[in-house]
Design a protein. Structure first.
Length: 327
């Protein structure tokens, strides 16, 4: 990096999320290229943030925008904005698509994933476990955010159930519309950090994004109503985009997803179900499925009352799905 570039851009780049991880990837001939971060992806074009604002990239012929994710760091010609290359990612959130379609890229270079659920009838431990395995596999820190706490008779009960899903898991209970919501999530929203939000439609993701962004700091996300009959909401966010938070850092909202199909997420599942992962070496057979084999330490733990049988059933289902089999 030239001295002039370093003096005028280093601090601004860091506020965008630039870090030594990305700097170390640059070769000598790339030091004067523009560092840009994708803030929105369209069908045939990409927009990105620079130290002086948003720009539209000039894409090489036959560029597939589906191979890029919001949050990606790119190198481009500083004058023409012609895309040169994408830098390697620190983390990548991606979900399995239907059939033989390629993986869908959700967001890149995310430091913490806010898994949003509501304190009502839509609360589901099995769905939260799916999102946790998803976050673990991506290498980002999961944080359970329970919204609508002000409407629940016993929000602490929801918080306790969620906290038992994974060791060391942070769980935050809040009202997404309140000014205190941003303060509660501040430990993950420092200057230069990036968070993403996932969760079902109607749990308050877009409302929470608006709270984090703050009045006057960006285009607000549309919010929708929730049906009183089943506590389920209407889909409001239709695309992913990067927003500056008023207190520092960046937030990526994602479309509401009621069902998240998991594939090839064995490491994420192992982290999520650590109590089962640690018992496995004690089984009589190395390839024990923890289903029917004699000498299975996991089945013995269920019999002894030290392992929740429902937890084991959900582990079996996610393992089968991750390996492409039906449970």
């Amino acid at each position: 990096m030239s001295d002039n570039f370093a003096q005028t851009n280093a601090a601004d780049l860091q506020r965008l999320g630039w870090a030594p991880f990305f700097e170390d990837q640059l070769s000598g001939g790339e030091l004067d290229l523009a560092r840009l971060r994708i803030d929105a992806i369209h069908r045939k074009r990409l927009t990105a943030l620079s130290t002086v604002g948003q720009i539209e990239l000039d894409l090489p012929a036959h560029t597939d925008t589906g191979r890029y994710a919001v949050g990606d760091w790119l190198l481009a010609d500083p004058l023409t904005h012609l895309l040169t290359r994408r830098l390697e990612r620190k983390t990548l959130l991606q979900r399995s698509a239907e059939g033989k379609k390629p993986m869908q890229l959700v967001a890149a270079n995310v430091d913490a994933l806010f898994i949003v659920a509501s304190c009502n009838n839509d609360f589901s431990l099995a769905r939260l476990e799916r999102y946790l395995a998803f976050a673990n596999e991506a290498g980002t820190e999961p944080v359970i955010v329970l919204t609508k706490a002000d409407l629940a008779q016993d929000a602490a009960e929801f918080e306790q159930q969620a906290s038992l899903l994974q060791r060391g898991l942070a769980v935050v209970t809040l009202n997404a519309r309140s000014t205190g919501a941003a303060a509660a999530l501040r430990p993950w929203c420092s200057v230069g950090s990036t968070v993403a939000l996932v969760g079902s439609s109607g749990v308050g993701k877009s409302t929470l994004v608006n709270t984090l962004v703050g009045v006057g700091w960006g285009q607000p996300q549309q919010t929708g109503s929730v049906r009183e009959s089943d506590s389920k909401g209407r889909h409001t966010t239709t695309s992913r985009s990067l927003h500056a938070m008023s207190g520092g850092g960046w937030v990526i909202d994602t479309p509401g997803v009621r069902s998240l199909h998991l594939k090839d997420v064995s490491e994420g599942i192992d982290m999520l179900f650590a109590e089962i992962t640690e018992l496995a070496p004690q089984c009589k057979f190395r390839n024990c499925s923890h289903d029917h084999e004699p000498g299975c330490a996991v089945i013995a733990a269920v019999a002894a009352g030290t392992l929740d049988p429902d937890r084991l059933a959900r582990w079996r289902k996610l393992q089968a799905e991750s390996r492409g089999r039906h449970a």
